[in-house]
Design a binder for this molecule. Sequence first.
Ligand code: COA
Ligand code: MG
Length: 290
Amino acid sequence: MRSLLFVPGDSPKKLDKGLASGADALLLDLEDSIAPQHKAQARATTLSFLKEARSAKTRPRLFVRVNGLQTGLIDDDLDAVVAGQPDGIMLPKADGGAAVIHCDAKLTAREAINGLPDGALDIIAIATETAAALFLAGSYAGASQRLKGLTWGAEDLSVELGAEANRDAQGNFLAPYQLARSLCLAGAAAARVPAIDTVYVDFRNEGGLKRECEEARRDGFAGKMAIHPAQVAVINQVFSPTAEAIERAHAVIAAFAENPAAGTVGIGGVMYDRPHLERAKQLLARAGKL
Ligand code: COA
Ligand code: MG
């Protein structure tokens, strides 16, 4: 998944716009974009949207961002929306692998109640929203088969840290948030799931978004979350492997296949070794899953 677009779960108009946005996934939000007094209405709106949208022939993957385990709201969220058979849920404010295990158990119960196969719903966890979570970023490996991605957030973390800002005057993340970003990346790699970069809130600044996407791809992120439909095309473009990169990956794999005992091969005057082979396989796997 390259682009994952947040859509407030209480807005039928935005939900429909999200479907047409070209995003690989929609994150139907019941958490931060919904005021406490509108949670119940948002659950109902999200459920009826899911029921209609999930049967479309081509559609984005549909995830519901529920409220965190600490809020006392997550059970009502799941009781409402699992019946709509989303592809998965996004778990905010996850404190490590234990939070994913906890959430997994809650989903197992709802799948049984709704007659869905065991393990039908995936989980994407937001891994850096509390201070404690930073110290648990390495604990996701083996937590649950459901876990299909890790992402990170700077907004809730900056509140928790008591910070005045999370970006500098040029729009670059300050040190505590660069750390959170790196921990997400390493935590995801350790758990063998894709890392997904956080949102870029300055949604009219296309140049800034593009730069942040390119930096994320360079560092190993597989995709990025969006908050506005206008961000989707840029994200999809930057995170789609180019035809040239795909061709190079095929060439590397072919060269090693011809020389199975080789540690290094030369292609067009450039040396490639075993890590390059792994990278080529990764790129093709990613390209195949778009
Ligand atoms: N999903 C679907 N549609 C969206 C959208 C989104 N995330 N953001 C905006 N749109 C729609 C608007 O409704 C508007 O539709 P219209 O032309 O039919 O009126 C159109 O896209 C253009 O929107 P625009 O006027 O540029 O922005 P806005 O002022 O209406 O909305 C936000 C700005 C930030 C409120 C809006 O983008 C939003 O709600 N984003 C998601 C917020 C969220 O989920 N946050 C939680 C995660 S951090
Ligand atoms: Mg939040």
